[in-house]
Design a protein around this ligand. Structure first.
Ligand code: MN
Length: 241
């Protein structure tokens, strides 16, 4: 059977004038390859070229990166907003619409769950430490692959079917999170302080899941995160038929 092609949206990094361009952490493409998919990196580019790239893909991962520009949910920047790239936001919001319209499986990770929510009309908490009362630590200082906090998974969810557990351990490398949830998404996991840690599309026709943690960096230590990737990639395989 042909392996599905999984497009992973790229971030932009500039080291110097000779090293400037598309970037993803290697954990993304390693996790895809280890769980049965063919990873390709999608640079953010014009909406036209983006659509042509998406047409090559059987599944899409929205990867992590910069903060989403708050102009896209009608807010001004908070004092602790991080770096933004509005051009990437625009292209990824188009990507969200394209995958939902075309029933392409989507795994939205970290910034990905945030852009998914914003693309569908939701808003974000711009900075958890200064805008949430008594938050837990969501910006862990230990290795990115280590699990640092609990999340509670809703029993009525695809994630519960995959994990088989209402309490799981996750890593946490974010200072933003979903605030107002899009009408088209359902919260399926929260941390103890109430922060949204996972969502699913309210009318799923295929795999459409967003997680606030980084499962791609936990696959060497946590079998559940391989199950998440393998279910996503299995759904992408079905699209091929
Ligand atoms: Mn977290």
């Amino acid at each position: 059977m042909k392996k599905p092609i999984i497009g992973i949206t790229g971030a932009y990094v500039k080291h110097n004038q000779h090293m400037e361009g598309v970037y993803i952490h290697q954990d993304y493409h390693k996790a895809v390859a280890a769980n049965g998919g063919i990873p390709i990196i999608l640079p953010f580019t014009t909406p036209e070229t983006n659509k042509e790239m998406l047409q090559l893909c059987d599944g899409i991962i929205l990867s992590g990166g910069e903060d989403v520009d708050p102009q896209f949910y009608s807010q001004d920047p908070h004092l602790h907003l991080g770096a933004t790239i509005p051009e990437r936001d625009l292209v990824e919001m188009e990507t969200v619409k394209y995958v939902l319209e075309n029933n392409i499986p989507l795994l939205a990770i970290c910034r990905g769950i945030q852009i998914l929510n914003v693309a569908l009309g939701g808003t974000l908490i711009q900075d958890i430490p200064s805008q949430v009362t008594e938050p837990i630590q969501h910006s862990q200082l230990v290795d990115r692959g280590r699990d640092t906090h609990w999340v509670t998974i809703s029993k009525e969810s695809k994630l519960y079917q995959i994990f088989g557990s209402e309490k799981i351990r996750v890593n946490s490398l974010h200072h933003q999170a979903i605030d107002k949830v899009s009408d088209e998404l359902r919260v399926v996991a929260r941390s103890a302080d109430g922060i949204v840690e996972a969502v699913e599309y309210i009318h799923p026709t295929t795999f459409t899941v967003g997680v606030q943690w980084h499962p791609e960096s936990m696959t060497s230590t946590n079998v559940l995160m391989n199950q998440l990737f393998s279910e996503f990639i299995k759904s992408s395989t079905k699209v091929l038929n």
